[in-house]
Design a protein around this ligand. Structure first.
Ligand SMILES: CC(C)(COP(=O)(O)OP(=O)(O)OC[C@H]1O[C@@H](n2cnc3c(N)ncnc32)[C@H](O)[C@@H]1OP(=O)(O)O)[C@@H](O)C(=O)NCCC(=O)NCCS
Length: 315
């Protein structure tokens, strides 16, 4: 087993292949977008733990340092190749992760039975939940006339699309303010934003920003949608779900009725592309957002659970 500060392109490819084998077997991906992006991260950004079994990569964990001084340990994703599970590989990799930082917290995407059994065996407790919610898209969404999901903004606000090269700083400011208490989203930097803008799925037409008449050039709120072109190419295009990637309202403009029409504006964009469904991810303790999305017709389809050593459990 080795713990590395960076991966070679070949090692990164081995991890992607392991991730694909596990996702095929589990029906859910253990490695998230951020983790896959960080396979190519410069030395020292994240830590990689690799364990080989029978000559090929058998287990992988990536530790993202999310400790912003609030005592939170690294955020970890861990995956074991299906043919070599139940042989102690996951436990060995996790022991290496915890030896480096006992506060480490590991994501179980979809809270699979294997992950729940593993967490119980390793005395890990749930500390965070992430809900994946979904809702069908209709013709009424495309025209902004869906019942309960109208796109008309309150007076004094107007919507337009994000302009690359112009809106970055204003967006980062509003994102940081809107997600000040969010462990990942609130800490996005200009480099993180540019990394996402360089991805094949990035489309400014699906990145809606709202301006207040009183503060032109500033971002009062935004709704960033995402459509994965890889998924569109490899599955039936008509079956691809669009995503409410992130919705944020600057605290100065919260409580003014922006969230629902802003969400509906993104749904109108996705429905206009002919997509049949929309998904989103929201933290289990974000009751306001959960309520907004439920009232817009979203329902839970999966819950991700983050586990940590019992002594550090918070919920
Ligand atoms: C969860 C996972 C990492 C476990 O890896 P592993 O190498 O099979 O785990 P280990 O062999 O070290 O198992 C340790 C103990 O965990 C428990 N466990 C592991 N898999 C389990 C399962 N499918 N059902 C019930 N308990 C399980 C058992 O108590 C096991 O001990 P035992 O085999 O002696 O009974 C692996 O199944 C995996 O990659 N799952 C998909 C990705 C994922 O969910 N990652 C997040 C993990 S929190």
């Amino acid at each position: 087993m080795s713990t590395l500060p960076s991966l070679s392109p070949g090692q990164a490819e081995e991890v992607r292949a392991l991730g694909r084998r596990a996702a095929d077997a589990d029906g859910v991906a253990a490695l998230s977008e951020q983790t896959l992006l960080s396979l190519a991260a410069p030395e020292g950004t994240v830590e990689h733990v690799l364990a080989y079994a029978a000559g090929r990569l058998g287990a992988y964990a990536q530790c993202q340092p999310t400790d912003g001084g609030d005592g939170e340990g690294p955020s970890v994703e861990l995956v074991v190749d299906p043919p070599v599970r139940r042989q102690g590989l996951g436990s060995a990799v996790w022991a290496a992760v915890e030896a480096r930082d006992p506060r480490a917290r590991v994501w179980a995407h979809g809270a699979l039975p294997s992950a729940r059994g593993f967490a119980a065996a390793r005395r890990l407790e749930p500390v965070r939940e992430l809900h994946k919610m979904a809702r069908p898209l209709t013709g009424a969404d495309a025209t902004g006339e869906a019942a309960g999901a109208a796109t008309a903004l309150p007076a004094g606000f107007s919507a337009r699309t994000f302009v690359p090269g112009k809106d970055e700083a204003a967006w980062l400011e509003t994102n940081a303010a809107a997600f000040a208490h969010h462990p990942e989203q609130g800490r996005l930097t200009l480099a993180d934003l540019r990394e996402r803008m360089d991805q094949p799925w990035f489309d400014p037409a699906g990145f809606i920003v709202v301006e207040a008449d009183e503060a032109p050039g500033r971002v009062a709120a935004f709704h960033w949608t995402k459509v994965d072109p890889e998924q569109r190419a490899t599955t039936d295009p008509a079956a691809t779900a669009g995503e409410v990637y992130v919705v944020g309202v600057h605290p100065a403009y919260q409580g003014r009725g922006l969230a629902r029409p802003l969400t509906a504006l993104g749904l109108a964009h996705l429905a206009g592309l002919g997509l049949p469904e929309v998904v989103l991810y929201v933290d289990g303790d974000n009751t306001g957002a959960l309520r907004t999305y439920s009232s817009l017709g979203f329902r839970d389809i999966m819950v991700d659970v983050m586990y940590s050593r019992a002594v550090h459990a918070r919920v």
